[in-house]
Design a protein around this ligand. Structure first.
Ligand SMILES: [Mn+2]
Length: 321
């Protein structure tokens, strides 16, 4: 099944691996796992991301290798967890120039932009796909070690919400079970990614949660992060992550919306989380965004009140209320 990919790896002299902008545990976990495996395989490998790797991801082994050199001329480029090619940012140019382009992903909206597309649409994480890719490589030449397992497990835990999302399948658990056979501290990973809340993040959450608004018999819950909130709690948009899940978890809430005011005026980043019944990606698609069924995002420009009203209308339409 992965023969084309393995052939391409065997023939390649220089390989580049690319994570998406505003990286998360899955894009970094899958890319760093592949980076390590290809090193063990004996390849000259580079890894890139058109964003700073935020502090919470620096527990991932090998993160310091990101962007260690300028974009290289490579004969094989591999995009990890990039729903569309634009998510590679400045590294899209390098990707396009590679002789062979590989696209490894799990987003339903992925449009097969590579020459070789290894996509399992709708599975919990790209790390779930990457597990099989690296296992296939490992059969040709041993390259699957404890660190590879730890990195893949990290991506699985983060993108599946600690194995709680509806995308979690028996395959997800089977892969997690296989990974557990390797030697690494899985509970430390869960503790770090699922429980560990920095104090300034706590202050930010306390602020926005206390001002949360609810609409349509509490079916829609909304929180707003302003630049003022960031300033007064010494935080930045990275610290918003996770706060929305608490709103979605509230009894009766079917759609949770988080609006983040960006530094450029009248520009907002929107995240949507939904209960199983509602499709978040259908809401964000109206505004040119994308994502998964229960977790999606978009950017909207305009005056805050207009943006808010448009969002509530889109949520109501999707809910049918
Ligand atoms: Mn992912």
């Amino acid at each position: 099944m992965y023969r084309d990919f393995i052939n391409a790896v065997q023939k390649a002299n220089i390989v580049s691996i690319i994570s998406h902008q505003n990286p998360d545990g899955d894009t970094c976990g899958s890319a760093l796992a592949l980076y390590r495996a290809l090193k063990l395989f004996g390849k000259q490998v580079y890894i890139y991301c058109d964003s700073v790797i935020k502090d919470s991801l620096t527990v991932l082994k090998g993160y310091e290798n990101y962007n260690a050199s300028e974009a290289v001329k490579c004969d094989l480029a591999i995009a990890c967890d990039c729903a569309d090619a634009d998510r590679m940012g400045v590294y899209l140019d390098m990707y396009k120039k590679a002789r062979i382009k590989v696209d490894i992903d799990h987003h339903k909206t992925n449009n097969n932009y590579g020459n070789i597309n290894i996509i399992e649409a709708g599975v919990s994480a790209t790390c779930e796909v990457m597990y099989k890719v690296i296992k296939a490589l490992d059969e040709v030449k041993p390259c699957f070690d404890d660190t590879v397992a730890e990195l893949l497990y990290s991506g699985l835990v983060t993108d599946s919400g600690g194995f709680t999302f509806s995308s979690v399948s028996s395959q997800t658990h089977a892969i997690a079970s296989e990974l557990k056979k390797y030697n690494f501290d899985s509970s430390a990973i869960c503790e770090h990614f699922l429980k560990n809340v920095p104090f300034n993040t706590f202050r930010l959450r306390a602020r926005v949660w206390s001002q949360a608004k609810f609409f349509c018999d509490n079916k829609i819950g909304m929180i707003v992060f302003t630049q003022q909130d960031f300033k007064e709690t010494s935080t930045c948009p990275d610290n918003t992550e996770g706060a929305i899940n608490f709103i979605r978890d509230i009894e009766g809430v079917e759609v949770a919306v988080a609006i983040t005011e960006l530094e450029s005026k009248n520009s907002f980043k929107v995240s949507i989380r939904t209960s199983d019944r509602v499709d978040a990606s259908r809401i964000t698609m109206i505004f040119g965004g994308g994502g998964h069924k229960n977790a999606a995002g978009c950017r909207i420009s305009g005056f805050f009140e207009d943006v808010k009203d448009k969002l509530i209308k889109a949520c109501r339409d999707e809910l049918g209320v």
